[in-house]
Design a protein. Sequence first.
Lengths: 72, 72
Amino acid sequence: MSTTTTYQITGMTCGHCAGAVTRELSVLPGVHDVEVDLGSGTAKVTSDAVLPIDAVRNAVDEAGYELAGVDA
Amino acid sequence: MSTTTTYQITGMTCGHCAGAVTRELSVLPGVHDVEVDLGSGTAKVTSDAVLPIDAVRNAVDEAGYELAGVDA
């Protein structure tokens, strides 16, 4: 079983930003895959289970950006 | 004796970009200081002597950006 959630993230402007967000989200427990799309400002995260929103917010914040929302 | 030259660089969008450009320019022979300004898209480089433009262009290219011009 795995679930995929798309997070809206503000402030990412370049490949370095995408890399930083990908790294921080990838090390969260249960995360298998992270795909950042700069054009839409989103990160699609595949994980064992739905992630605690605070953990995601903290990871995005650690990378230097802001979690703006979650797509169902 | 030292000289300061301001280079116009296109494509820098965030602090990571500024860091990458700063790192590549800082290791050029004779360079003492690099100050990148994202707002104006410039890098102010202080060095022993005027740098060969090809060396600067290569360094900026290595960082992933483009040298667009030089201010006297």
